[in-house]
Design a protein around this ligand. Structure first.
Ligand SMILES: Cc1cc2nc3c(=O)[nH]c(=O)nc-3n(C[C@H](O)[C@H](O)[C@H](O)COP(=O)(O)OP(=O)(O)OC[C@H]3O[C@@H](n4cnc5c(N)ncnc54)[C@H](O)[C@@H]3O)c2cc1C
Length: 601
């Protein structure tokens, strides 16, 4: 029997589609290629065609993208890499291809022989493949050599020279998990990089958070690039443990990490094509001149603290949640926590555990999902022990996630949250009976969409909701009007006596860090960071199709943003690193569909 005859109908369908698609592309027939897509269809490209992170929707946009990119990209060699799957009338296939400059992979969904979704993702640049697996470095040069120097000597020399006699190609401002993951990718790609971090040690951005904090995401979701957590790692990592892991990782991945270093000012010189970045390294002012500047200063980097009349009169302790030291000194004290999202709940629970009298002020509705339920229903298929046992790898899980265009993601999430609502109906009934204002997102799409749209407005319940439902943590809906010497006074006049006020009121957009470091003008030029343009609360339209400014070219040449949760940071650091590497090597990187700026903050 020939190989073709042995093919399943799904494999034949995919092979036929890929063959027609590949032919149209090779002939430069953009319209013909676009005709292979359904009228409602999506092509998400992670830098393989567009040198951008870009989703084009429908045949006209697909044809336009191809018109602008095909001649240069020269895609070829399209094939399925494993047996396709068929479910609910959709044939799904993992695919691979190559372009003039690189090799890529992706994912295809066909309905009735037409493409519904296509993901194309660049994996590597030809000639600049990473030294992994069979390509790993030897680590030693055998033979006899009087000039021999050791690995340690080389590392020391590099550390002495980089940033002083040798300029880094890239500087990453912010050495949290985001900066560290990107730094590791760039190291593997041989891009000379310095990470500057205000805190002394890698992991400090986690260490400095309130002491009860454990990751809300499970271990399978949290791996860093290249080095996975060992099998004995807890499902939910305590913050100090993840901090130690980051510190270890920074060392073994040989990153040039400047702790106790604050980036103070930056200016781009268009003519020289480089940044002048002034940093304070442990009291010494150093000027760096990188070609590329990456802001990895954290989605939770700039606290948003509301201003209430009387804050200056209040006699007790008051601080933003990011500065909350933990509950120890508040035993027997009266605490008012303003806000009702993740940090507010975590802090309320820890204060309650330490015998404080706790009131949560809820100013607007919050979406709550129980952690166990979330793990099982929303994440389990991709990120869980069962998923691992079924052969799911982190890389495949990440690509599966990435293969869902944001436009359709919300609709696909709705049934997930309907299932959650049904499963935990008693829980929600008790919470609402206690007066907690709960929502499911404006379109019922739940937690992950809230995260992608506004990175706020939810709590993953690990126990505090029970305290709210039972009244152990008192709930006070409404707006704060002012503070007195000893109380928070609500708009309806109710006084909440307090020894401690915690403002668990969230964070500001990352382009605020650009205003601090570079200028307000450049911050406005690049615009709001994060969000999709979904036209829901805190994510105003128009629709942008991708997260604003994240991991892709911005309106400011040579300025990039990196960050997100551990999953996003791991996955998208690859594409940002490849974009930087391509530029470092002088590869032509014309950007298709550079995002426009619709909002400045
Ligand atoms: C309470 C809380 C719980 C969270 N739980 C989870 C979770 O379970 N899972 C998850 O994936 N995410 C979680 N997050 C989101 C979390 O913020 C991010 O995952 C993570 O911290 C992002 O890493 P980052 O490197 O992008 O930013 P950060 O960790 O915030 O790091 C940014 C770094 O930039 C440094 N920096 C800023 N400005 C400068 C400057 N001018 N010069 C030098 N250095 C500078 C800061 O010191 C900081 O260390 C949580 C966040 C909070 C607040």
């Amino acid at each position: 029997m020939s190989a073709t005859a042995a093919r399943s109908p799904a494999a034949t369908e995919v092979a036929n589609w890929l063959s027609r698609f590949g032919e149209a592309l090779e002939q430069g027939d953009s319209a013909g290629a676009a005709e292979l897509f359904a009228p409602e269809s999506y092509w998400r490209d992670l830098i393989a065609f567009t040198w951008n992170i870009k989703t084009v929707e429908g045949r006209a946009e697909i044809a336009d993208m191809l018109d602008h990119t095909l001649g240069r990209v020269k895609p070829r060699g399209w094939h399925a890499t494993e047996e396709p799957e068929v479910a609910d009338g959709v044939t799904s296939a993992w695919i691979a291809f190559e372009t003039e400059t690189g090799r890529g992979g992706g994912h295809l969904r066909l309905i009735d022989g037409q493409a519904w979704t296509l993901l194309t993702a660049l994996d590597e640049l030809k000639g600049y493949e990473q030294g992994l697996g069979p390509r790993r470095p030897k680590g030693v040069v055998h033979g006899a050599n009087p000039e021999r120097h050791s690995w340690l000597e080389d590392r020391r020399r590099e550390a002495e020279e980089l940033g002083h006699t040798v300029q880094p190609y890239a500087v990453i401002v912010g050495g949290g998990q985001g900066g560290i993951a990107l730094g590791a990718r760039l190291r593997q790609l041989g891009v000379p990089t310095i990470i500057v971090e205000r805190n002394p040690r890698p992991g400090d951005s986690w260490r400095n958070r309130y002491k009860s904090l454990c990751l809300h995401d499970p271990v399978w979701y949290d791996h860093l690039p290249y080095v996975k957590f060992p099998p004995n790692w807890p499902v939910f990592s305590p913050k100090d443990k993840i901090a130690d892991w980051l510190e270890m990782y920074t060392r073994v991945m040989e990153l040039n990490y400047w702790g106790s270093t604050t980036a103070k000012s930056a200016r781009y010189d268009e003519d020289a094509g480089e940044w002048t970045l002034v940093v304070d390294r442990d009291g010494e002012e150093i000027t760096l001149r990188p070609k590329q500047l990456v802001m990895a200063t954290g989605m939770s980097g700039r606290p948003h603290t509301p201003v209430f009349e009387g804050m200056d009169r209040f006699k007790g302790d008051q601080h933003h949640s990011s500065r909350h030291p933990g509950p120890d000194k508040y035993r027997g004290k009266r605490a008012v926590v303003i806000g009702s999202n993740n940090s507010a709940h975590d802090i309320c629970a820890a204060l309650w555990e330490h015998g404080a009298d706790v009131t949560m002020v809820q100013r607007s509705s919050t979406h709550v999902v129980r952690s166990d339920t979330l793990m099982e229903i929303a994440l389990g298929a991709l990120y869980s022990e069962d998923a691992v046992a079924a052969g799911m790898t982190t890389e495949k899980a990440d690509l599966t996630f990435a293969s869902l265009p944001y436009r359709i993601m919300a609709g696909l999430q709705v049934p997930v949250y309907e299932q959650i609502r049904e499963r935990d109906a008693d829980f929600y009934a008790r919470l609402e009976a206690a007066g907690f204002q709960h929502d499911w997102g404006e379109d019922g799409s739940g937690l992950f969409m809230k995260y992608l749209r506004r990175a706020s407005g939810y709590y993953i319940d690990v126990g505090a909701s029970e305290l709210v439902a039972s009244g152990e943590v008192k709930l006070r809906p409404g707006q704060v009007d002012h503070l007195t010497e000893g109380a928070v006074v609500m708009a309806d006049g109710t006084e909440l006596p307090a020894d401690l006020v915690v403002y668990a009121t969230g964070y500001e957009s990352m382009n605020g860090s650009v205003a601090d470091l570079i200028s307000q003008e450049v911050a406005d030029k690049v615009g709001k960071v994060w969000g999709l343009g979904s036209d829901t609360a805190k994510d105003p339209g128009p629709w942008e199709g991708e997260q604003r400014n994240m991991w892709k070219p911005t309106q400011q040449k040579a300025l990039w943003f990196h960050g997100g949760n551990l999953h996003q940071s791991r996955h998208y650091s690859l594409y940002l690193a490849l974009q930087l590497k391509a530029r470092a090597e002088g590869i032509d990187t014309p950007v298709y569909g550079l995002q426009e700026v619709h909002h400045t903050r």
